[in-house]
Design a protein around this ligand. Structure first.
Ligand code: DGY
Length: 323
């Protein structure tokens, strides 16, 4: 029996690539370089499925150009699907799947990494030491803020927001306040207080960590007004999507000393970074590492594989994305 053909836009860790090769007739972007929208549209014409990542533009124009070909399913390698136009896909009878759940812990871990690095000024310390500028221990050197007992504000109390809050509450005795569009009745084994607005969270938190999906509805959800509500020692953590934060307003707040720092794993124009964030004080910048563990990336690939297997077997897909 002929295997369905699948186009994979980037290289994956070995175990998940092997699973895909076993189940499907795979074409891989072996160069592992970012593809253009045109190349993705071409792949849609000639393959039964495509498996894009967060860096691949699968917008309306791409789908329009790729429609009418073989592609019937866009099986995203990742949970966030704001780079895929779901309305255009469904108009052309293509379904979308994603990989929720398997990257929750890895992403929450990176949020905690950024919190600790910014609160304890670890980025500044590391840069100082490597530059040969450390003159030795002294009681007033690089004093940061203690995590234990502080208040963490979560914007978006979904799976990753909860996993981050849980680590902070149970591991660091932090108080949790949060904003979520719908009511969250149960946080599980930690306490969290839902507040009515993003600004209210910013006002009451020492750290604000973003965990909402990207896209038009959440664009700049943390903007000038919310940043102005934060205390001067307050820290912003973003492991969600670059565009949920107004980067210019954030850079203004950092350079003006209106907040205490930021830890960012995602950016508006990735991989290009706003130069005003690069040279702002107490900022830790990571290259979108949220889900970057071997275990998690393999689990993401395996989840893509399971979604595709179910689809081509005519079954319900485990992780449909609804437009
Ligand atoms: C996702 O899954 O959306 C991540 O940002 C990519 O790892």
């Amino acid at each position: 029996m002929t295997k369905p053909s699948v186009f994979i836009t980037r290289r994956w860790p070995a175990a998940s690539e092997a699973a895909m090769h076993e189940a499907f007739d795979v074409t891989m972007n072996d160069a592992d370089e970012q593809l253009s929208a045109e190349a993705i549209a071409e792949a849609m014409l000639s393959h039964d499925a495509i498996a894009p990542t967060v860096t691949d533009p699968v917008g309306e124009a791409t789908i329009e150009s790729g429609a009418g070909g073989k592609c019937r399913i866009i099986a995203n390698f990742g949970v966030g699907v704001n780079h895929i136009d779901s309305k255009a896909a469904s108009r052309h009878g293509m379904i979308i799947t994603n990989t929720p759940g398997v990257l929750t812990d890895a992403t929450a871990d990176i949020a905690l990494t950024l919190m600790l690095m910014t609160m304890r000024r670890a980025g500044e310390g590391e840069r100082e030491l490597r530059a040969g500028e450390w003159s030795g221990w002294r009681p007033t050197h690089l004093l940061g803020q203690q995590m234990t007992g502080k208040t963490l504000g979560i914007i978006g109390m979904g799976r990753i927001g909860k996993a981050t809050a849980r680590r902070a509450a149970l591991g660091f005795g932090m108080k949790i306040v949060f904003y979520n569009r719908s009511t969250v009745n149960d946080c599980g084994d930690f306490e969290g207080e839902q507040l009515p607005t993003v600004e209210a969270v910013c006002q009451h938190a020492d750290l604000v960590s973003l965990h909402c999906p990207g896209g038009e509805e959440t664009r700049h959800i943390l903007g000038e007004k919310a940043l102005a509500a934060m205390p001067s020692h307050g820290i912003v953590i973003n492991t969600a999507r670059g565009d949920v934060v107004d980067e210019e307003a954030l850079a203004d707040a950092l350079h003006g000393g209106h907040i205490g720092g930021a830890g960012l794993d995602v950016f508006q124009g990735e991989p290009v970074i706003n130069p005003r964030l690069m040279n702002a004080p107490n900022v830790v910048l990571l290259p979108h590492l949220g889900s970057a563990t071997t275990e998690t990336r393999n689990a993401m690939g395996m989840t893509v594989c399971e979604n595709l297997k179910a689809f081509f077997a005519g079954k319900d897909v485990p992780n449909p994305v609804h437009s």
